[in-house]
Design a protein around this ligand. Structure first.
Ligand code: AMP
Length: 547
């Protein structure tokens, strides 16, 4: 028997329409490229999104067309998110930190018709321009006074909006209509596109706050350091208006002192981003001897949050939650709020629980499989490749059947490439990226576990463990570290520090000090680049003729 309820399509624009009505006091504070701090309510944002939709219509943008954005976190980028999807077109966010070759590939592959660019990213666009598709329209996200002289023929965003009406007849789109496109940072081969829909985006926006409850409070302020140009800023441009929170947008300056100043001045309660960013903020907190006023909650994701970092923030009264997810999952898959029984648990137990990658969000299913694709129990012990299924997970890559075939299993689950265990409460422990595991003598060693242990050594500021070839063991782990100060402890000293947590054979065979570690376009340590830069490396045991 069919239920007798209405079926209204889930539309992204309805989030902003709701916020404009229900949360008139909330809005967006933006540290802009122009150097000022701009404020507008969600009502004003909705009106500007309407003006933008009219302007894009005037440029010939129609349903299904792709509109590219190369921009930092700010109100104009939010306007693009809502206007482009609201009119039935697709907002293609582009990561400016990708290589020139990758940028040219994805702009052509996406078939962008318009490219909307923050003024300070114009030098990047100028470098690409001769090789960009003909007919691509360029819009600079600024006013006339700040238009770069180097962009003849480019349109000025504020001028485009100025003459347009502040209301738009947002079409009643089917909820499966494509709304956004984001390419993975693709360490090997071409980046692959995740094509989100209105339905997946709205469901993601509903799924996250009901579980990540520590972060969402109507009237409070939330700061996405995670960029809008990648993985939808973890959905915060949707969840914040939905929950009545004001978005504080940091623009291009993401260093510790800049973030501290902005958070302190604006009273940011919750801040979301990758561990690298929180290491920078922590250094500033230590320098100032205090946390920014009002700061109480942090969500860390994108790569494993080191235990020392969790401890340092918790010790200063900031609640830390770890989240795990991927571009292909809209992106959030877990939340880091502990079950109530941890309220009275000893500190060490609470911290240990926070070191895992969080618990499964409502709406997602997890499956871990062994090398023969056999599902493994969720007992916290069995380890295998993690597959996911749910309304917020891609069903294939945008116009890429080959990558789609490689990623999906016969039952339609998506293979994450992460090696993990899941416990009976849905708690996920990411052991490694499948390609980053160290396989020694047929046994595997988690590089994440080794890195976490090494980072708790006071002389190590940052580190990465990479697998190096060994004729007998196949691979052996090598620790590459950046020193915190002048001290350079020996391999034996660091091994002794790590020893309580590992079997002897799991400890790194060598310690290599470097000035800095390479990072990917999304701010994670790039093990691929690191491995490439260590092309001639030989393990100590094999040196002196044996190699
Ligand atoms: P991206 O698509 O750029 O968001 O990268 C997704 C990948 O980042 C995942 O497949 C994981 O390997 C890694 N990742 C994200 N969050 C975490 C986390 N909390 N712990 C460990 N790895 C993570």
């Amino acid at each position: 028997m069919q239920g007798q309820m209405m079926h209204r399509p889930l539309r992204i624009i309805d989030i902003l329409r709701h916020a404009a009505e229900a949360h008139p006091e909330a809005g967006i504070v933006s540290a802009r490229v122009e150097g000022d701090l701009h404020r507008q309510s969600y009502g004003e944002t909705l009106a500007r999104a309407a003006q933008l939709a009219h302007a894009l219509n005037g440029l010939g943008i129609r349903a299904g067309d792709r509109v590219g954005t190369l921009a930092w976190n700010g109100h104009r980028h939010v306007e693009l998110y809502y206007a482009v999807s609201g009119m039935g077109a697709v907002c293609h966010t582009i990561n400016p930190r990708l290589s020139r070759e990758q940028l040219l590939y994805i702009i052509a592959h996406a078939g962008d018709r318009v490219l909307c660019v923050d003024a300070d990213l114009m030098p990047l666009v100028e470098g690409l321009w001769p090789d960009l598709p003909e007919g691509l329209r360029l819009v600079i996200l600024t006013d006339r006074a700040h238009m770069p002289e180097t962009a003849p023929g480019a349109l000025c965003y504020e001028e485009m909006l100025a003459a347009q009406p502040g209301e738009f007849a947002w079409p009643d789109l089917p909820e499966d209509t494509a709304s956004g496109l984001c390419y993975t940072s693709g360490t090997t081969g071409h980046p692959k596109g995740a094509l989100y829909s209105h339905r997946s985006t709205v469901l993601h926006a509903l799924q996250v706050p009901i579980s990540q409850t520590s972060s969402f409070r109507a009237g409070a302020r939330i700061l996405p350091v995670v960029p809008m140009f990648h993985v939808n800023a973890w959905g915060l441009p949707y969840t914040a208006p939905l929950t009545g929170m004001t978005l504080v947008m940091p623009g291009p300056h993401l260093d510790g002192p800049s973030l501290f100043r902005l958070m302190d001045a604006e009273g940011v309660y919750s801040a979301w981003g990758v561990p690298t960013v929180w290491a920078g903020l922590l250094a500033e907190i230590e320098a100032q001897g205090r946390i920014p006023q009002g700061f109480g909650d942090i969500v860390v994701g994108g790569s494993a949050a080191p235990r020392v970092m969790i401890e340092a923030y918790e010790a200063r009264g900031v609640n830390v939650a770890q989240a795990w997810g991927m571009t292909e999952m809209s992106p959030i898959g877990t939340h880091g709020v502990l079950p109530p029984r941890y309220d009275d648990a000893p500190e060490a137990e609470r911290i240990a629980a926070k070191c895992c990658a969080g618990r499964r969000l409502f709406g997602l299913e997890f499956k871990i499989v062994d090398d023969e694709s056999r599902p493994q129990p969720h007992d916290g012990a069995a380890v295998g490749e993690l597959y996911v299924r749910g309304n917020t997970v891609i069903s294939g890559y945008f116009e890429n059947p080959e990558a789609t075939r490689a990623a999906m299993d016969a039952e339609g689950w998506f293979g994450t490439g992460d090696v993990a265990s899941v416990d009976p409460e849905g708690r996920l422990v990411i052991r490694d990226r499948a390609k980053d595991l160290v396989k020694s003598g047929g046994e595997w060693i988690s590089s994440i576990d080794l890195e976490n242990a090494a980072l708790s050594h006071p002389a190590i500021a940052a580190c990465a463990v990479v697998a190096m070839p060994h004729p007998k063991w196949d691979e052996r782990p090598v620790l590459v570290a950046v020193a915190a100060g002048a001290a350079r402890p020996t391999l034996e000293e660091v091994q002794a520090h790590m020893a309580p947590h590992f079997a002897r054979w799991q400890l790194p065979d060598d310690l290599v000090w470097v000035e800095a570690l390479p990072h990917t376009a999304t701010g994670k340590i790039s093990k691929l680049t690191l491995r490439q830069s260590m092309g001639d490396y030989v393990l100590p045991e094999l040196r002196g003729g044996a190699a």
